[in-house]
Write a protein that binds this ligand. Structure first.
Ligand code: FES
Length: 117
């Protein structure tokens, strides 16, 4: 396990993200409600650069004919075929078994570290 300190706090705007390259592996670092999350820039469907997809929300479970919008700013939509993933977990919205790879984050002395195994 190694922690790669690749960004400083403040490099990622709230609600935004930055894509970094660690040894040839591209990883998107997102800031949502003051918490950082890291996702591999690779869609598990067919390998698109997932972190280049738009960040959006989704419709939540609700009653028939009712549409509740939620998770605004917490979903990334793959730019190739539109599969959607939770940025916080990497979990696909269409199938719990499909996940984009995510990485733990460590903050130390104002630096953002990505934990790679
Ligand atoms: S490559 Fe991402 S949805 Fe197809």
């Amino acid at each position: 396990m190694a922690v790669h300190y690749v960004l400083n706090e403040g490099d990622v705007p709230e609600g935004g993200h930055v894509i970094v390259n660690i040894g040839g592996r591209e990883i998107g670092v997102y800031l949502i409600d003051g918490q950082y999350y890291a996702l591999y820039n690779y869609c598990p469907h067919q390998g698109a650069p997932l972190c280049r997809g738009i960040v959006c929300g989704t419709t939540m479970p609700s009653r028939v004919y009712q549409y509740e919008f939620g998770k605004s700013g917490e979903i990334v939509r793959c730019p190739w075929h539109g599969w959607e993933f939770e940025i916080k977990t990497g979990k696909s919205l269409i199938d719990d078994k499909i996940r984009a790879k995510s990485y733990p984050i460590e903050i130390q002395d104002g630096k953002i570290g990505i934990v790679l195994k």
